[in-house]
Design a protein around this ligand. Structure first.
Ligand code: ATP
Length: 322
């Protein structure tokens, strides 16, 4: 039936390892010979491409990150290196690729397909959940649960002392992680890049709540907002009159054992992606909308900005800065 390979590109996420495991199993079940490409597009160029058996992917379903490594590749931006990548794939007679990555990786693959004719399917994988065209990206659920655990722990100490805790989440230009985390952790303040805010609007209410006995504030700030976490913390001290502390969650948000949802989504994305390739899809992204998987073209995924659904914004209610 042919040879098929998988690679990870861009930021790693929890859920890649279950995807890699199931890629091997499902490919074999479908009569394909599975290959692993180590270190993303860099590995394609350097021929770090090896055939895989069940043993290669045993014991990884519960592990974060990716066993086969991920990378960003400046060289892959150049046609001459993409030609080398194709020659390496030819050496292994691989004509199908599954790519776990973000929209940048899909754009790179689209170019590769147009020039070199290697069919691919993209599986949206980023904790930021910022890929247009899909409600869900692999790794988001694990990241949300890591953030929730951190916020629960911070709440314990915040309530013991009288303090405001400013917690900064990842997400680049997308406030999804911060928004969902704020809602599910009962934060008093949530600032995200999508919503303009004026901190003065909170001042009277927050000061009044302190007078009425409130002991702490929890503020969840997306890294992409116009003010730094330090500035928000200083605002709590100066304008609200409460001592503040800052926690920048950083890369712990990327790690951790994949949740059940991310393991299941990894399996569903992989089966759907491979089925599509076998049916003759050449350059489609596996998307998840309203509980259903579907294929979308790169134009519908990579050239648009992801928008958080209004109903989610509404749930955040008064903590969202407008
Ligand atoms: P993340 O959101 O986690 O960073 P991403 O897939 O969007 O993931 P990028 O750094 O944008 O990450 O892209 C990953 C790789 O894809 C780049 O290092 C490059 O090798 C390749 N790539 C991106 N855009 C292009 C392009 N226009 N042409 C060729 N290759 C590209």
């Amino acid at each position: 039936m042919g040879n098929i390979a998988i690679l990870c590109s861009g930021g790693d996420v929890s859920g890649m390892n279950p995807a890699i495991k199931y890629f091997v199993e499902y490919s074999i079940a479908k009569g394909l010979t599975p290959y692993l490409v180590y270190d993303g597009f860099e590995g394609l160029i350097d021929n770090k491409i090896v055939s895989a058996s069940y043993q290669d992917v045993s014991g990884i379903i519960n592990r974060g990150g990716t066993k086969i490594g991920s990378a960003r590749s400046k060289r892959f931006m150049e046609a001459s290196y993409r030609k080398i990548a194709k020659e390496n794939l030819d050496k292994h007679r691989i004509d199908k690729l599954v790519v776990l990555g973000g929209d940048g990786s899909f754009r790179g693959m689209e170019k590769f397909y147009e020039e070199q004719g290697i069919a691919f399917t993209g599986i949206p994988s980023t904790i930021d959940n910022d890929i247009a065209g899909t409600d869900y990206c692999l790794g988001v659920d694990t990241a949300l649960n890591i953030i929730r655990e951190a916020l629960d722990a911070i709440r314990d100490t915040a309530s013991s002392f009288k303090r405001a805790f400013v917690v900064e989440t990842m997400g680049r230009d997308c406030g999804y992680l911060a928004l969902v985390s704020a809602v599910t952790s009962g934060a008093e303040l949530c600032l995200i890049p999508e919503v303009s805010y004026d901190l003065r609007k909170y001042e009277a209410r927050f000061r009044q709540e302190l007078l009425e006995g409130r002991r702490y504030f929890l503020a969840v700030i997306s890294e992409g907002v116009r003010q730094s976490s330090q500035e928000i913390a200083a605002w709590f001290e100066e304008k609200i009159g409460i001592e503040s502390r800052i926690t920048i969650l950083g890369h712990i948000q990327r790690g951790g054992n994949p949740t059940s949802r991310d393991r299941l989504m990894a399996y569903r994305f992989i089966a759907f992606g491979i089925d599509g390739l076998l049916r003759g899809e050449k350059d489609k992204i596996c998307c998840y909308n309203s509980g259903k998987l579907n294929y979308k073209s790169i134009a519908d995924v990579a050239n648009k900005k992801y928008e958080i659904e209004p109903a989610l914004m509404e749930l955040a209610g008064p903590c969202l800065g407008n």
